[in-house]
Design a binder for this molecule. Structure first.
Ligand SMILES: NC(=O)c1ccc[n+]([C@@H]2O[C@H](COP(=O)([O-])OP(=O)(O)OC[C@H]3O[C@@H](n4cnc5c(N)ncnc54)[C@H](O)[C@@H]3O)[C@@H](O)[C@H]2O)c1
Length: 256
């Protein structure tokens, strides 16, 4: 029998309709979690809920959520709390990626990327904090290796993820006395819409290439399931003494 670290735990995951968020949801369902999945793709989130319930017998509910809208974020957290009356883990995973030459990026795009990838985290953490303090729960946010190392043609994305990392460390310190843990995972390139679904930009400098994974068998890129376990670890009691950690999960893409 596999690990069951999330029996009787309620976990709220944003951006769980596809990609990394879906893989995290199914991984946690396999470990017994009660799931609340929030996404602007409500149909996709419903499908993940159905799969989690059928394959793993857990309770799972989908909630419509637009990370670009602060009021939607606050409402979504209230709706999630109304379902089960408690929250043990919040996984901030919803995100977007915008690529172009820096000179062609607009202020509106910069604001959109920051709004969805960073400000949304402020709004929902703010709203969820009383419940997380009550449960001595935890927050795991999806940052990116781009937030540590930068990434060509996506300065806004990289800066938004650097913001998530700084926020994670700041809140880990501030809320340690209340027993709430804050950690972040920095995936490298993963096969999802964001990671591999976008076509190359025009006039991309051929000298600037994607760094492949160095792990045998994962030469090109990781799969969402390759990173889901790191989220499960950080959200579980196995990580009870881990807070403020920024865990790189990239198959050795960014080292060496
Ligand atoms: N794939 C990669 O290579 C990679 C690497 C590092 C970090 N990440 C991060 O992982 C997270 C998940 O991305 P993914 O790679 O699985 O891509 P994805 O596009 O498959 O998943 C993104 C999810 O977020 C949801 N979403 C997007 N905008 C939203 C909004 N405004 N409101 C609510 N939900 C919204 C989408 O519907 C989708 O379910 C993102 O935060 C991304 O930045 C991805």
């Amino acid at each position: 029998m596999g690990l069951k670290r999330f029996d009787n735990k309620v976990v709220l995951i944003t951006g769980a309709a596809t990609g990394i968020g879906r893989a995290i949801a199914l991984r946690l369902a396999a470990e017994g979690a009660t799931l609340v999945l929030a996404d602007r793709n409500l149909e996709g989130a419903h499908q993940v809920c159905t799969r989690a319930a059928e394959e793993f017998g857990v309770r799972a509910a989908a909630i419509a959520y637009d990370a670009a809208d602060a009021a939607s974020g606050r409402r979504m957290v209230d709706d999630a709390l109304a379902l089960h009356g408690r929250l043990d883990s919040l996984i901030n995973n919803a995100g977007i990626y915008r690529r172009d030459h820096f000179s062609k990026q607009t202020g509106d795009e910069w604001s959109l990327v920051f709004g969805i990838n960073l400000e949304s985290v402020f709004h929902i953490v703010h709203q969820a904090l009383p419940a997380l303090i009550a449960s001595r729960g935890n927050v795991v946010s999806t940052a990116s290796t781009a937030g540590l190392d930068g990434i060509a043609y996506a300065a806004a994305y990289a800066a938004s993820k650097a913001g998530v990392i700084a926020m994670t460390k700041s809140l880990a310190t501030e809320y340690a006395p209340k027993g709430v843990r804050f950690n972040a995972v920095c995936p490298g390139r993963v096969r999802t819409e964001i990671g591999t679904g976008l076509s190359p930009i025009e006039d991309q400098d051929p000298a600037i290439s994607v760094r492949p994974s160095k792990l045998l068998g994962k030469i090109e890129t990781g799969e969402p399931e390759d990173v889901a376990g790191a989220f499960a670890y950080l959200a579980s009691d196995d990580a009870a003494y881990v807070s403020g950690a920024i865990l790189v999960v990239d198959g050795a893409q960014t080292v060496g």
